[in-house]
Write a protein that binds this ligand. Structure first.
Ligand SMILES: *Cc1c(COP(=O)(O)O)cnc(C)c1O
Length: 443
């Protein structure tokens, strides 16, 4: 069968029904072997992937508008990532950085310190998953402030481990039946312009007043927020909301944590989404787009905070695995070489043009929002209520017609687009045409 990587032809080509016979067989095998608790968007098994195309085991190729949830931003099996991984795997696969350190871990931390917002002195630490990074950011904030309370927001998503489940807003499927949750977590109102029609300042004032009255500003260790909410439905808070919250944190000795696990690494047309409103977070969590598909996550923050933790307080067996670090250096190299920040901005324009045209024909598209190559549509019924049914229909149509799209949103009524930043204009437009056909077929 054909190989993946840059040589995989960038086209959509279906040669069987979706799912094809081999995928159907594998789905049956999966059902007997894999826990039913692990979900799945498409009933299709991957054989190879390259750039913005995925080849399934039946020989069908799909346009990838999901990047494995914002991970393969530099394209699947990108050249520098694959080369670095191969080279590192032949040198050594693991030593444990806490046993015998290696250069690539340090180099990734140097890159994170350099690329994240702010020119102050910074330190980083590496982990395996986004949730693990969030947990460690909270550990640092609590150790530094000697306070316990942590503030998260409505519609927020921060992971599936016990502490991060508590930080995550949505019950089904993330929290349902998995309690009890970690204590000292408080949820505050989030600016959601399409729903609340209020200015960022007004919502921030409400959140700040609640924090002062219900928790006490001097009890709060950290405020954690996604600058653009991911799983919550690509909610871009109204301008002024985030700066006001960050200002409140600064004034009260609260650690301001930007969870940029989904928004980071060029995804929104900047290295980090915090930059759009000039935010300089105290701590920033990264993962998804960082390492071109290998599991790697980081926390980066002020030297003062990051060095306030006792020696050996942070770590883990695999954190900053050398192959994952090599992949991250390859991935960052691709972003710099191909100016993927600029490309993300171009992709935003293509999305806006295509989706606005679609909206004029299909009023079920209530809102078009996002930044860069992190765009979404929120679907509504004629009375304005969430239309999750239509989301299922359109996304299923896309999947059956060779386009991978993902859904999101507290009300399950959002289709989100996260293509590799390297996708060609032609392939993206073809993908959007299929989405439009999905609306046509559903109405
Ligand atoms: C995906 C995500 C996480 C969790 O990352 P995992 O690697 O799945 O643990 C946390 N925060 C945000 C904003 C995310 O998008």
């Amino acid at each position: 069968m054909i190989k993946g990587g840059p040589s995989l032809k960038q086209e959509r080509n279906l040669i069987t029904d979706i799912p094809g016979p081999k995928s159907i067989e594998m789905m049956q095998r999966r059902k007997k072997a894999v826990s039913a608790g692990v979900g799945g968007a498409l009933p299709v098994f991957a054989h190879a992937a390259g750039g913005s195309v995925l080849l399934d085991i039946d020989g069908n190729t799909f346009i990838d508008l999901g990047s494995g949830i914002a991970v393969t931003s530099v394209g699947n099996s990108a050249q520098s990532v694959v080369e670095n991984v191969k080279e590192q795997a032949e040198l050594f696969t693991h030593t444990c950085f806490m046993v015998t350190p290696y250069e690539k871990y340090v180099e990734v931390c140097e890159k994170l310190n350099q690329l994240t917002p702010g020119t102050h002195e910074k330190r980083s630490a590496l982990f395996n998953s986004g949730a693990e990074a969030v947990e460690n950011a909270i550990k640092v904030a609590r150790a530094f402030t000697k306070r316990q309370a942590v503030v998260a927001f409505e519609h927020g998503y921060h992971g599936r481990t016990n502490l991060t489940m508590a930080l995550t807003a949505k019950s089904m499927p993330y929290k349902h039946s998995f309690g009890p949750f970690a204590p000292e977590i408080y949820r505050m109102p989030m600016s959601y312009p399409y729903h609340d029609n209020r200015s960022g300042e007004v919502v921030a004032r409400e959140a700040i007043s609640k924090m002062e009255k219900e928790i006490g500003a001097n009890q709060i260790a950290a405020i954690i927020v996604e600058p653009i909410q991911g799983e919550g439905g690509f909610i871009v808070p109204a301008p002024g909301f985030l700066p006001a919250i960050a200002q409140f944190a600064k004034a009260n000795g609260i650690v301001f944590i930007a969870d940029e696990i989904q928004t980071g690494f060029c995804r929104t047309g900047a290295w980090f989404a915090s930059e759009h409103e000039g935010l300089v977070p105290d701590l920033i969590t990264t993962a998804k787009g960082l390492a071109g598909g290998l599991p790697l996550a980081g926390i980066t923050g002020t030297a003062e905070m990051m060095d306030s933790v006792h020696v050996s307080g942070l770590g883990g067996t695999y954190g900053g695995n050398p192959i994952a670090c090599a992949a991250a250096l390859g991935s960052i190299n691709e972003m710099e070489q191909h100016n993927l920040i600029a490309r993300a901005k171009e992709l935003e324009q293509i999305f806006r043009d295509g989706l606005t045209q679609m909206q004029s024909k299909y009023p079920a598209i209530g809102d078009i929002r996002g930044k860069g190559a992190m765009m979404a549509i929120e679907l509504i019924n004629p009375d304005g209520s969430p239309n999750s049914d239509l989301v299922s229909k359109v996304s299923k149509y896309c999947h059956q017609n060779g386009v991978i799209v993902l859904t999101a949103g507290t009300y399950g009524n959002v289709i989100r687009f996260l293509p590799p930043l390297t996708i060609s204009t032609q392939l993206l437009n073809e993908g959007l045409d299929v989405v439009e056909q999905g609306f046509k077929a559903a109405s």
